[in-house]
Ligand binder design. Sequence first.
Ligand code: HEM
Length: 310
Amino acid sequence: MSKLGDYDAVRRDIVAQLKKPDYDDGSAGPVFVRLAWHSAGTYDAQSDTGGSNGAGMRYEAEGGDPANAGLQYGRAFLEPVKENHPWITYSDLWTLAGVVAIEEMGGPKVEWKPGRTDLVDDSKVPPRGRLPDAAQGADHLRLIFHRMGFNDQEIVALAGGHNLGRCHGDRSGFQGPWVNNPTRFSNQFFKLLLNLEWEPKTLENGMSQFVHEDPDLADGDDDDEEEPLMMLPTDIALRDDPAFRPWVEKYANDKDLFFDHFAKVFAKLIELGIRRDANDNILNTDNVKGGYVSAPKKSNVATGPSRARL
Ligand code: HEM
């Protein structure tokens, strides 16, 4: 058990959880980034509800949302960290794991501040349906991200999160990685989006995505072919929408610019709905009333939704 407030000790334990030789592409990093993003991406600026304060995914109402399928692995990988540092709130732990993972995978340093409080019951869990639907297009992206308070440039920068990780048939129903090295943060996603040919493909489950079949690989009679790279319909919308596209081009051509904008927008994402005083103490009523409330540790076993159960 570390000293209360020793976030460097927590960071070190998160780093120790990243390497997972038997999981996906060998790293828990991408699923940590997605966990942090989904914990925050429920924010609605108008009603000032949702957001990373609260860690509502501990409850079935949010954790069992099909939009969060697969994140149970990320949450379970972080349980040993919670065990070592029981004083940290889940909401701080999940957001911190996202920024630590980004940095450890070669991405920018993202500003992170502590102080979030865990909900004590599910009464304030945001309603389902606030996260983006990858089968849709540019209008939908604007509807979802403007609701959180992001502009077009910020939407494109945030979507650069798809430099990491992959889609899983048993989670979202989509399949495959966006880039060749999905555990290395870079601007490759934007380069590939512009420079490769993307063909629509209907999967066996009836879902449509875009794939790039590498002709050099497809020609061989080797059964061991690499799986094709993929793009979601919402990713292709970034390429084709006249206001999104200039940002895709800028980020493809200038990695430093992308890293700078990504760091800023990710820091903004994980602060949505959180109000602080000049000393960075959180002023949200739950925090003020309850103090820094950290929920008791949950089970180490990953239980949660998958498409098989939908
Ligand atoms: C723009 C709207 C977005 C849509 C429609 C979308 C959709 C998706 C989908 C369908 C998956 C596959 C999930 C699975 O099958 O495991 C995924 C994975 C992922 N997304 Fe997004 N996403 C969006 C924005 C973002 C943002 C803003 C970030 C972070 C900045 C992000 C980071 C990730 C990561 C890291 C993964 C890989 C997770 C893993 O490997 O387990 N996404 N996203």
